[in-house]
Design a protein. Structure first.
Length: 432
């Protein structure tokens, strides 16, 4: 039986492109951005295109160019390619509109809506960004898009919020990732909702539907006594992760699962599909479809999570969002990550009210906006630009190599000082 056509269909796609800029994507994106071709039998007798397509990137371009803010050409290139591809592979010839795009250093987000629906209805469109690197720089952080879809009868409707993030890397830095998440919640702020009593900024949770995705960098953390924990057991671990049964047995050692579902430190009210049904998205040999790099323990670093206003915090294992598809795409080989994609069927729109329905949070959890968020963002952005321009200049002086650029500067300074000292000595030896 076909699902209610009033239920919005949302496609989320995320990819860490390994600083590759324009080279980071193949020209045909059907494997990644047209998954409805694979799951059409789950949706309806007639194939249905997503109402919303959100595409997130991490490590969009070389870091020094991202810090300098020179991402415009890359993001415009991505936008043109993505739009052409989702329209080319739309099952019924649907057309799409870019609702919004936003980029900060290497984290980018583009959100599209169908022309015959949400793409034309979206209002109150907002974009935001925040950094959670050293001194709030943007080498790590998040970007967000929020918009409202009014009710068909003119009511206030519902609000959608999309967050694409890149958190701290390395297995032993789990505490830093947790802090990154809380920094994002406190500083990725949006204006108040329509008809709200308060005029204060709102967190990502002041929304009807929330999607949080990206390279979250959580790793597998096996206890010392586990059979696969020793380094000499790495190959056996990889072999176990190659089977459905093996991945299922190892999923509980995922740091994100432990922090979210067991300790309750992060991602309150969020749900996620069965990530263990697909192979780990990291870390692969460049150019390889299915060969892990032995330098790292394989992990599901790239994730998609979601929450909706009709979910109850009293039943955290249940969601009114149906996860139709959640998988990684192995055919992409220019990065050490594999892109992931999720297809989500949302609940029907809420009955018309005078206020926006928002996500319900567990008792005792009250995330608040950081009063210093603007100051921290300004400090981070200033450092981004200073370091980015300096790095770019040194790379230019080194003919594309930072180390050579630093060497050339040091050599030039040394020669200048030698020349100056020699000149001064010549003056002191002139006859009086």
């Amino acid at each position: 039986m076909s699902p209610d056509p009033l239920r919005p269909l949302v496609q989320i796609a995320s990819y860490n492109t390994n600083l590759q800029a324009e080279r980071g994507l193949p020209q045909d994106l059907v494997d990644w951005l047209a998954p409805t071709l694979q799951v059409s039998t789950f949706l309806a007798r007639e194939r249905r295109a997503p109402d919303i397509v959100a595409v997130g990137f991490q490590e969009l371009l070389p870091l020094h160019l991202g810090l300098a803010g020179w991402s415009k050409a890359v993001i415009e290139n991505r936008n043109a390619l993505i739009l052409s591809q989702i329209e080319k592979h739309a099952p019924n010839g649907e057309r799409y509109t870019l609702i919004a795009k936003v980029v900060n250093v290497g984290v980018a987000l583009l959100v599209y809506g169908r022309d015959d629906g949400i793409g034309r209805k979206a209002v109150d469109i907002q974009t935001q960004w925040t950094g959670c690197g050293p001194a709030y720089m943007g080498n790590k952080g998040a970007v967000g898009v929020r918009f409202r879809v009014p009710g068909d009868d003119g009511g206030v409707g519902e609000v959608y919020t999309f967050v694409c993030a890149h958190l701290t890397a390395h297995a032993h830095k789990n505490a830093d990732r947790i802090q990154d998440y809380h920094t994002i919640v406190g500083s990725l702020l949006f204006p108040p909702l329509p008809n709200a009593d308060s005029k204060a900024p709102t967190t990502i949770f002041s929304t009807s539907h929330l999607f949080f995705f990206g390279d979250l960098n959580f790793r597998l953390s096996l206890p010392p006594g586990h059979a696969f924990a020793p380094e000499d057991q790495r190959q056996n671990l990889v072999q176990a992760l190659s089977s459905d049964e093996g991945r299922s047995s190892l999923k509980d050692y995922d740091q994100l699962v432990d922090e979210r579902d067991v300790k309750g430190t992060i991602f309150h009210s969020f749900h996620e599909g069965e990530f263990w049904t697909f192979k780990c998205s990291y870390k692969y040999h460049l150019g390889e479809v299915d060969r892990y790099d032995p330098k790292r323990v394989p992990a599901w670093t790239d994730r998609v999570m979601y929450a909706t206003h009709s979910d109850s915090p009293d039943t955290p294992q249940e969601s009114n969002i149906k996860n139709i598809l959640y998988t990684a795409i192995p055919s992409y080989t220019t990065s050490d990550h594999k892109p992931v994609v999720s297809l989500l069927l949302l609940p029907p729109p809420a009955p018309t009210t005078t206020s926006v329905p928002v996500i319900r949070l567990p008792e005792g959890y009250h995330p608040a906006p950081d009063s210093l968020a603007t100051l921290k963002k300004l400090m981070g952005r200033t450092l981004d630009r200073i370091i980015g321009y300096t790095w770019w200049l040194l790379t230019l002086l080194g003919a594309g190599h930072l180390v050579f650029g630093v060497g050339n500067v040091l050599l030039s300074v040394g020669l200048w000082r030698w020349w100056r000292n020699g000149t001064q000595e010549g003056y002191t030896q002139l006859p009086s």
